[in-house]
Design a protein around this ligand. Structure first.
Ligand code: COA
Length: 199
């Protein structure tokens, strides 16, 4: 049994271009910790290849400069404790490997949708409630942009994340595949209503 004290001084804000280097460092570390051994189920070489291609000050700098993305940073004791990355106006129907077509799901068919592309919390704060604060903030960003639902793709071998999203109202709408290095992973696509219709 592991007990985690909720961070008392956590704050959530929108990331700025100046946060790119710190965000890249946190994103790379938390990705590695999630998917590579000892905690994750994936081949460390596949994870390393993905990290090298997707995380670095220039990549996160470009993401932060993109007007269609929102990055929310949770900070605690002066350090990044977690982040959520939202792609506004993003529809899973654009991706051919999603079965059944999630664009036909009643949750996504009406109106705009946004994607929660990443939600990562420092292991130290798992179970603390911090992830829920970030998920709420991500839903609020999506709703503020006029989305009716927020969707995300989750590795099927990530039971903790799946339990987290389902506990917070998301439901499974399709399966999908995702390539990490040489591995083709099976994901679930989940979606949750946001905005006035969800209340
Ligand atoms: C996913 C994440 C944001 C969730 O935050 P969290 O603080 O760990 O979530 P919570 O503890 O509130 O909820 C997780 C739930 O899963 C349960 N759980 C933990 N391990 C589990 C397992 N192996 N199988 C099933 N459920 C599990 C927990 O008991 C908890 O449920 P409970 O509150 O009913 O007890 C966080 O774990 C994280 O950052 N993980 C690494 C990054 C990641 O996987 N991101 C998602 C990518 S899509």
């Amino acid at each position: 049994v592991r007990s985690v004290t909720p961070p008392t001084s956590v704050s959530v804000r929108s990331a700025l271009p100046a946060d790119a280097a710190a965000l890249a460092e946190f994103a790379a570390r938390s990705f590695r910790e999630t998917y590579a051994p000892p905690h994750g189920p994936c081949d460390p070489e596949d994870v390393a290849a993905y990290v090298a291609a997707h995380f670095g000050p220039a990549v996160q700098g470009a993401e932060l400069a993109d007007p269609r993305t929102r990055v929310l940073l949770a900070e605690c004791e002066g350090a990044i404790a977690g982040y959520a990355f939202v792609r506004l106006d993003s529809r899973p129907a654009a991706v051919a490997n999603h079965v059944p077509d999630p664009g036909a799901d009643p949750l996504l068919v009406a109106g705009a949708t946004a994607e929660l592309a990443r939600l990562y919390v420092d292991r130290r704060w798992h179970g603390s409630g911090l992830a829920a604060v970030l998920y709420d903030a991500a839903r609020a960003e999506a709703a503020a942009d006029g989305a009716g639902a927020l969707w995300c793709a989750v590795y099927q071998r990530n039971p903790r994340a799946l339990a987290f999203y389902r506990k917070h109202g998301a439901r499974t709408i399709a399966s999908a595949t995702f390539r990490m290095g040489r591995e083709v992973q099976d994901d679930w696509l989940l979606a949750v209503p946001v905005g006035p219709a969800s209340r």
